[in-house]
Design a protein around this ligand. Structure first.
Ligand SMILES: Nc1ncnc2c1ncn2[C@@H]1O[C@H](COP(=O)(O)OP(=O)(O)O)[C@@H](O)[C@H]1O
Ligand SMILES: [Mg+2]
Length: 305
C-alpha cells in the first residue's frame, strides 16, 4: 500500500496539507482530485521525497519512502522534467539507468515504451523538437521506463489530445492490472469516473471524499426517472421513503433510499396513466465532487488543447 497518514505541510501562512490521509493498494488505479490549490501537487511531492512534510508520513508497503523505494517509483512532476536537448531514446535510457537498470535492460525498455507510446519515428529527435503532446508521451515513458511498482503522476492528462488521452488511459489501466499502485491527479472528472475504480477527493489539504467510485455513486440511493401519460400528480402520493427530487412537464425524478423497492412507486405512477419511460439514474462523479468540496468550487481549469 501507498499510505498517506495525517500529512501536514504549510508554506508560511498557507496550509497546503491539513491532515491528509488516504491509501492506494497495488493494482489500484486511483484518481486524485481536488480544486486548484487543494494540495494535490504538495502531497505527491511529499510522496516522492521532493518535499518534506511538516508532520505525518507517507509509506510504501508499511515503510517510509526511502531511496530504494524511490528507484521503484515512477513520478511525473507537474513542472515536467525532461532534458530539452537530449534525444528521446538516449534520455529514456539515461533515466532508466539512474533508477538502477542495467544498460541492456534500459535500452530494451526505452525502445519498448517508445513503440508503445507511438514515438518510434521520434526516437532520435531531441525533446525540444517535439510537439507538446509528444513531449508528454516522452514524459510518461520517463515515468515508466524503469518498470516501477508505484506510479505517481501529476496531471498526466493535462494538455493531451483525444488520441494521446486514450493511449495514456490504456497504459495506466494496464499498469494497474499488472499490479502497480497508480495514483494520478486530474481535473477531468468524467474521464476519471470512466477510468478509475477508486478516487481520493481533497479540499483545503484534507480528504473530503474517497473510496470506490461505484460505491460512492450508489451510496446516496437510486434515482428513478418516471414519465407517465397524464402528468405528475402521482408524485403527491409517493409511498414509503421515496422522495421527489424534481418534476417537469414530461415526468419526475424520485429518490429511492438504498434497498427500497421501486415497485410501489411505479404502481402509484401507473395509476395516473400509461408508463412512457422509466430508468434509473446515478449521480455523476462530478456532482459528488461539487457536493464534497462545497458549492461554488469548480474542478479547475483544464487546458483543452
Ligand atoms: N512552494 C510553495 N510555496 C508557497 N506556497 C505553495 C508552494 N507550493 C504550494 N503552495 C500552496 O499550497 C497550496 C496547495 O498547492 P498545490 O499542492 O500546488 O495544490 P494543487 O496541486 O491541488 O493545485 C496552494 O495554496 C499553493 O499556493
Ligand atoms: Mg497541482
Amino acid at each position: 500500500m501507498l499510505e498517506f497518514v495525517d500529512l501536514q505541510r504549510s508554506f508560511g501562512d498557507v496550509v497546503a496539507l491539513d491532515g491528509l490521509s488516504f491509501a492506494v493498494a497495488p493494482g489500484e488505479l486511483c484518481g486524485f482530485l481536488g480544486p486548484n490549490g487543494a494540495g494535490k501537487t504538495t502531497a505527491m511531492r511529499c510522496a516522492v521525497g521532493v518535499s518534506a512534510p511538516d508532520g505525518g508520513t507517507v509509506t510504501w508497503q508499511g515503510r517510509p519512502i526511502d531511496l530504494a523505494t524511490r528507484r521503484r517509483t515512477g513520478y511525473m512532476p507537474e513542472e515536467r522534467g525532461l532534458y530539452p536537448k537530449m534525444r528521446v531514446h538516449e534520455q529514456l535510457v539515461y533515466l532508466a539507468r539512474l533508477h538502477g537498470m542495467a544498460a541492456a535492460d534500459a535500452a530494451a525498455s526505452a525502445s519498448a515504451w517508445i513503440d508503445r507510446l507511438g514515438l518510434a519515428e521520434r526516437a532520435g529527435s531531441t525533446v525540444e523538437e517535439l510537439s507538446l503532446g509528444n513531449q508528454q508521451r516522452v514524459q510518461l515513458a520517463a515515468a515508466l521506463v524503469h518498470e516501477p511498482e508505484l506510479l505517481i503522476l501529476d496531471e498526466p492528462f493535462s494538455g493531451l489530445d483525444p488520441l494521446a488521452t486514450d493511449v495514456m488511459s490504456e497504459v495506466l489501466r494496464e499498469r494497474a492490472r499488472a499490479g502497480v499502485a497508480v495514483v494520478f491527479s486530474s481535473h477531468q472528472l468524467d474521464l476519471v469516473e470512466g477510468l478509475c475504480e477508486t478516487v481520493a477527493v481533497i479540499a483545503n489539504g484534507r480528504l473530503v471524499l474517497g473510496g470506490r467510485v461505484a460505491e460512492l455513486t450508489s451510496r446516496g440511493g437510486r434515482r428513478l426517472r418516471i414519465e407517465v401519460a397524464g402528468g405528475t400528480a402521482w408524485t403527491h402520493e409517493l409511498p414509503g421513503e421515496a422522495e421527489l427530487l424534481a418534476a417537469d412537464d414530461a415526468g419526475a425524478t424520485v429518490l429511492l433510499p438504498p434497498g427500497e423497492d421501486a415497485g410501489p412507486v411505479l404502481d402509484v405512477a401507473r395509476r395516473t396513466g400509461r408508463l412512457l419511460d422509466v430508468h434509473l439514474e446515478q449521480p455523476r462523479l462530478s456532482e459528488l465532487f461539487r457536493t464534497a468540496v462545497g458549492n461554488g468550487a469548480t474542478p479547475g481549469d483544464e487546458d483543452p488543447t
